[in-house]
Ligand binder design. Structure first.
Ligand code: 5GP
Length: 181
């Protein structure tokens, strides 16, 4: 029984993801030359992209995580967010790069950006591995983007369906009969 058999299609292979992360890492190194960067990941979806992006970066970085839950029905986001785990450290005066797995409506990240901005970092930017441009409800300032993808429910590379499939190396669309939503 192989996890990948549950996918209807593979949107992004491990190689495509790693090539993109390497390319983005070179841009981040150039843009933040001489500055210490704090990477902030949002649990749990961002764990894989955080681990790989951080290792592609050949510069000193710190890492912190937040966990949030959005009050929303099923797979749709309402934009009302509750912090389940806050950052360990103060970010005032730090150069913060928020590392996101996916921007769908943009409501969650928009809320997060407002929250983080109020803590007065020296700078605040966003890296999103995936973005669904057709689903965006608000303008999200994504400085570094991995891939624009169609508005389909995807799993893998940190993204789950009912807590499964996070450990797939690729990103793909689940077979419809396995997906209730
Ligand atoms: P937004 O607030 O941008 O609509 O939603 C962001 C969150 O919804 C993501 O962090 C992720 O947890 C979840 N999400 C949005 N689209 C997908 C998807 O295609 N697959 C999975 N597994 N989660 C998604």
């Amino acid at each position: 029984m192989c996890l990948i058999d549950d996918l209807e299609s593979v949107l992004l292979t491990d190689d495509q993801i790693q090539d993109k992360l390497r390319e983005v890492a070179r841009r981040i190194e150039a843009d933040y030359a001489g500055r210490d960067v704090l990477l902030i990941g949002v649990l749990k979806g961002a764990i894989m992209v955080m681990a790989d992006l951080a290792r592609h970066l050949e510069m000193p970085v710190s890492i912190d995580f937040m966990a949030v839950s959005s009050y929303g029905a099923g797979t749709t986001s309402s934009g009302v967010v509750r912090i389940m785990k806050d950052l360990d450290r103060d970010i005032a005066g730090k150069h913060v790069l928020l590392v996101e797995d996916i921007v769908d409506s943009g409501l969650t990240i928009n809320w997060l950006l407002r929250n983080l901005r109020s803590r007065q970092p020296a700078s605040l930017d966003v890296f999103a591995l995936l973005r669904k441009p057709e689903a965006l409800k608000v303008d999200v300032p994504v400085r570094y983007l991995g891939f624009d993808i169609p508005s389909e429910f995807v799993v893998g590379y940190g993204l789950d369906y009912a807590e499964r499939y996070r450990n797939l190396r690729c990103v793909g669309v689940l077979r419809p009969e396995l997906h209730a939503g």
